[in-house]
Design a protein around this ligand. Structure first.
Ligand SMILES: [Zn+2]
Length: 334
């Protein structure tokens, strides 16, 4: 079985944007309302989009969440964020109910800059217990590129981690759109977010001592980390933390959303195979085909297959590691 742990509903029908646009007019007095999206529109968007690519590429199941760039936690206020988050999560529920073999839910959290992450617990619980979601996306920078909240290792975040541990769900660390013109969204802000959170966890290893079963998936191949593995190992050793493998790599995992062969090779040479989860993030950051190969950049399975991993290692990356990190996924698959 081939499980893609990183997919977003980037092809959502236009009615969702109309709903989001409507929130602008409600800034003073938000109300939840309902997006005007039919089941047929959802079906078409998936059949022509992610499902088609799953079939073309030979993958089986995607962990599916609302569009990351669209989370927009900076926008409006906590109430706007709550209604928007509930609405996009409910859209994922509709997709999963229509295509239960191909998608399983991962929720957005109703974050807002400066608002306690304790605020996210109820929506996480609703999505997990009521809808069978298996994880959440955690935005380490709800300000959208200005980093106004404490590092993810700060006790500020602990109420959310307590709920995650209680429910047995990991978080994918995932920033949203950038409001800072210095940082291109998918080209800089995403990779910054991935890299910065790993470094935060080196700086303050108390987090995983306090929550030994807490798990973070750092997407986009771990940002700059695998390429600079020696730098981070060295910094950690200089700080007296010991080896990364010993104090971080029972809690932190990387996906394979790296869009060229040398990058995937570096990932596998640097990071233990038990910490690598197959993912493509399709349809997402890079939608074109590589003119040199004629294949989509985000068809990451091609790079993995070209590694000629042993059958046992392939099974780890395509399936078994995901079942370790996402215990509710394992349970759902029986
Ligand atoms: Zn993503």
């Amino acid at each position: 079985m081939i499980i893609d742990v990183h997919g977003h509903y980037t092809t959502a029908p236009r009615g969702l944007q109309a709903y989001r646009g409507g929130q602008v007019g409600q800034l003073g007095r938000p109300s939840k309302g309902k997006p005007d999206i039919t089941d047929d529109e959802i079906k078409k968007s998936i059949i022509d989009g992610q499902l088609k690519l799953q079939n073309d590429r030979g993958t089986d199941l995607a962990l599916f969440s609302p569009t990351a760039g669209g989370m927009g936690h900076h926008f409006g206020n906590a109430m706007i964020s709550k209604y928007w988050t509930e609405t996009v999560n409910e859209l994922i529920v509709r997709v999963v109910e229509m295509f239960p073999k191909n998608f399983i839910g991962v929720c957005q959290l109703p974050q807002s800059p400066g608002v306690s992450p304790a605020n996210c617990a109820a929506e996480l619980e609703r999505c997990v217990n009521q809808y069978g979601f298996v994880a959440c996306n955690l935005n380490p920078d709800p300000s959208g590129g200005y980093w106004t909240d404490p590092p993810v290792t700060d006790r500020y975040w602990y109420p959310l981690y307590e709920k995650m541990v209680e429910l047995g769900v990991p978080a994918m660390i995932h920033v949203s759109a950038s409001c800072n013109p210095n940082f291109h969204g998918t080209g800089a802000h995403y990779i910054n977010g991935d890299t910065s959170v790993f470094m935060q966890c080196i700086q303050d290893p108390q987090l995983f001592k306090d929550f030994p079963t807490l798990k973070f998936v750092i997407p986009h191949g771990g940002g700059a980390i695998p390429y600079h593995w020696g730098r981070y190992r060295g910094i950690a050793l200089d700080m007296g933390r010991g080896e990364l493998d010993d104090f971080l790599m029972n809690n932190i995992y990387f996906d394979t959303c790296v869009y060229h062969q040398p990058g995937i090779e570096t990932l596998f040479k640097s990071v233990p195979t038990k910490n690598i989860l197959f993912a493509s993030e399709m349809i997402g950051a890079v939608r074109s085909k590589d003119p040199k190969t004629g294949r989509h950049f985000d068809d990451t399975k091609q790079y993995l297959d070209a590694l000629n991993l042993s059958a046992a290692d392939q099974k780890l990356v395509y399936e078994d590691n995901a079942k370790v990190v996402y215990p509710r996924l394992k349970k759902a698959l029986g």
